[in-house]
Design a protein around this ligand. Structure first.
Ligand code: CMX
Length: 451
């Protein structure tokens, strides 16, 4: 059965769960909010719903219930590769089912049809100053295609129906994930090379991307692994949450993911992969000169960064409390790749991994002293010759499109509401602080006082 039909069946089966929850358990309390959470970025407030992935602080990410190794093991592989195709992963993220090879082939064929990028997008990006950040180019390139949104056309047709709106979101979502690697490759070539060709051959997305940016055979697996690992990290992170929030206003997927990309471009989020490379290269220049890096020099550089009031990029996480399994997965790739495992930059990144958690623990601020996905990803790109590190977040953005697009397809399918939390003023907080809580809450639920 075609992907959209499978999805339709799943959605119809799943909708009663939401109706039942609202009707039977709508008023059941699942969380409470303290003053430091309200001021501190809503950490750990349980108020978002997604079934695409779940992030456990200790275990790390599960995509549709599967850990990263389980996901890689379960999905059909690209021809001659140990890694699954991104196409098979897209099917899995959307439906929760492991596709057969025939189903993957169907997705791949559809992907090819959808990957045509209108030529005005190239004009828009070419019209930007060449030193614009590649993330700005990606966001603008995507937004330029908004006129193609099937959801927006459907909405303005006057026939809009909440029950079928997801079908148009799905159409846009699939178009976006097929087109975004092509735009990313165009940007790469425009900024750093000069021979862009939009290849619509038979190759899967990862392999096609590798060819479009002039990469070697081995890089095809790097691209597959990278896009899958960066796809989704439940829905509270800035890029996923922004996409969900903007889409909740029924802004179409082009508006929504362009906004999500703008959030990903922040140094506390996706830009950290560029910052890691920047930090590491500057460390070598400033602290080592011609000498080999040592643990003592790394320790000194980490303390200098912290004493200057800066964060150590690639370390810490808002939810995770252990080494990010996405870090480990990339590390295992490095260790299993002859050449890469002996690469000086990989050895230095490994040395930072040995030293930084101890320094961060001693510093005593970061709740999680362990590395996140961004601490390891740049070194792989660097090894394969992709040394323009301001491009690394674009790669993250290509991968993240899979999760964000799967999420908003389901958001519309399940009719999730316009997101609109309530704000308060500082003087209200001061008053409630003195009184031991907000009076209405204390009155309604005495068990929630003094939390
Ligand atoms: N280096 C130095 N200080 C750090 C730190 C780090 N790597 N991680 C956290 N801290 C500090 C915070 O800045 C905060 O300090 P203040 O109290 O002065 O504000 C304190 O420790 C407590 O922060 P936390 O609760 O542990 O972490 P948050 O949830 O506030 O922030 C994150 C999470 C990722 C933004 C933070 O760990 C960080 O800035 N890391 C470095 C940037 C990075 O790698 N970002 C990528 C994350 C993954 C991704 O989204 O791609």
């Amino acid at each position: 059965m075609a992907l959209k039909e499978v999805l339709k069946q799943k959605i119809e089966e799943f909708r009663p769960h939401i109706q039942h929850l609202i009707k039977e358990h709508g008023k059941v309390v699942i969380d409470q909010v303290t003053i430091d959470q309200a001021i501190g970025g809503a950490r750990d407030v349980h108020c978002l719903v997604t079934d695409i992935s779940y992030l456990d602080p200790q275990e790390g990410i599960r995509f549709r219930g599967k850990t990263i190794p389980e996901t890689f093991a379960a999905l059909p592989k690209a021809p001659g590769s140990k890694y699954p195709t991104v196409e098979s992963f897209w099917y899995f993220l959307l439906t929760g089912d492991v596709p057969t090879q025939a189903e993957v082939d169907e997705v791949l064929a559809e992907w090819k049809v959808r990957q045509y990028v209108p030529s005005y997008v190239w004009d828009v990006i070419r019209g930007m100053p060449r030193d614009s950040h590649p993330m700005a180019m990606l966001s603008v390139g995507l937004l330029a295609m908004q006129r193609d949104s099937k959801f927006a056309h459907y909405y303005s047709s006057g026939k809009f129906n909440k029950m079928t709106a997801w079908e148009y979101t799905y159409e846009d979502a699939f178009d976006i994930i097929a087109r975004i690697p092509i735009i990313a490759a165009f940007i790469y070539n425009l900024k750093y090379r000069s021979d862009f060709q939009n290849r619509i051959g038979k190759l899967d997305m990862g392999a096609n991307f590798a060819e479009m940016i002039g990469q070697c055979e081995e890089y095809k697996d790097v691209a597959r692994m990278y896009f899958i690992l960066h796809s989704d990290h439940e829905s509270g992170n800035v890029s996923a949450h922004t996409t969900h929030l903007v889409n909740s206003a029924l802004s179409d997927p082009y508006y929504a993911y362009s906004a999500g990309l703008n959030g990903l471009a922040g140094p506390l989020h996706g830009l950290a992969n560029q910052e890691v490379l920047d930090w590491t290269i500057k460390f070598k220049q400033k602290y080592c000169g011609a000498a080999e890096p040592t643990k003592e020099l790394v320790t000194m550089a980490l303390w200098d960064t912290l004493k200057a009031g800066q964060v150590v990029p690639g370390y810490g996480h808002a939810v995770l409390r252990k080494t990010d399994p996405r870090y480990m997965s990339q590390r295992e790739f490095c260790l299993a790749t002859p050449g890469l495992k002996d690469d000086p930059l990989f050895k230095l990144v490994s040395m930072i991994f040995e030293v930084a958690p101890g320094v961060l623990k001693e510093h005593g601020k970061a709740k999680n002293p362990w590395p996140n996905v961004d601490a390891q990803s740049g070194v792989i790109q660097w090894y394969y010759g992709l040394r323009e590190w301001d491009f690394y977040t674009v790669l993250f953005g290509v991968g993240r499109s899979l999760g964000c697009m799967a999420n908003i397809t389901w958001d519309r399918a399940l009719g999730y509401a316009l997101e609109r939390p309530k704000s308060v003023t500082v003087s209200m907080l001061e008053k409630w602080g003195d009184e031991g809580g907000r009076p209405e809450i204390i009155a309604k639920a005495p068990t929630l006082t003094n939390v």
